[in-house]
Ligand binder design. Sequence first.
Ligand code: PLP
Ligand code: COI
Length: 358
Amino acid sequence: MTDFTVEAHHNPTSAERIAQILQDPGFGTHFTDHTAVIDWTAEAGWHNHRVEAYGPISMDPAAAVLHYAQEVFEGMKAYRHDDGSIYTFRPHANAARMNRSAQRMALPQLDEQVFIQSLEQLVAADKQWVPDGEGEALYLRPFMFATEAFLGVRPAKEISYRVIASPAGNYFGGELKPVRIWVSREFNRSAPGGTGAAKTGGNYAGSLLPQQQAAEQGCDQVLFLDPLHDNAIEELGGMNVFLVTNDGRLLTPALTGTILEGITRSSVIQLAQDRGLTVEERRITLQEWERGVDEGTITEVFACGTAAVITPIGELVDGEKTIASTGTGEVTQAIRDELLGIQTGTVEDRHGWLHRLA
Ligand code: PLP
Ligand code: COI
């Protein structure tokens, strides 16, 4: 165990204000009173593990992250169970993924136990911020970035790791409803040998312009295609994709190194197999999607991720053409209910995915 020092906020948010925020948390706009922080230098390694008051970061204008985007992040959630205890979901998987992302971005490795401890420490300080409504949770955002003031292009020798937390409802706002997706024909998210499999800010910066184009077409998210095989689907800007067939199969793009290895994706695969569904991880073309919907062999399509949970895809807009799907199908709903049930403690955690935080 590493010791974290805890310096409590001297003027924390009132219980009334927290209650007001938790009534309609939205996504990513309200932040809790504390943050977990660990510093790293090339000489000293990780040190100064602490929980302190949430607030602005003072950083040199030459900090490497501001120029060369040397940073990685994670996304996970803390769920309140009926007895008031608080759990998170598969944190070792997030810790391992952060280290894979860090490796790609030439950032230091953080011990998995210390990563998990940073979540425990933060949630212990801010546990009154964990909502308990349907589909609601405290979103946890661990991130690591280069703080060294140096304009030469090389891995920074000073790094900061932090965790912030934000109460979260539906990522798309309001009640759960099928979303509309825009196929980006002009822009790709990643390419072989690039950074697509790492959870790093630049991938998201690059998705903003196509996302803006999607919004102009009345769409909620962008679907990116394989840059080499133009009609194979990859993933959305912040979610993985599944297609459900009428003969009990679940199709999802294979992990070829250009898409993010979603922890929700891997959990959906397990839960689908538990139900006797066959999961095919392979190349899926837009033509297969379109033809399947036309012929009635593809009956449901959904997106999944920590922020999005499982969200049905209602329409796919490809230029002038719209491929309609069903609304929230039975398989989508059943897997969503089971996943959320495990996360919130109402369905047995038969795979040992939960980790108690507080
Ligand atoms: N793909 C991208 C690009 C993402 O940003 C995310 C979200 O983290 C996912 C997929 C889903 O990953 P996870 O299920 O681990 O949240
Ligand atoms: C998550 O699901 O945790 C993400 O990081 C996706 C992001 C678009 C909010």
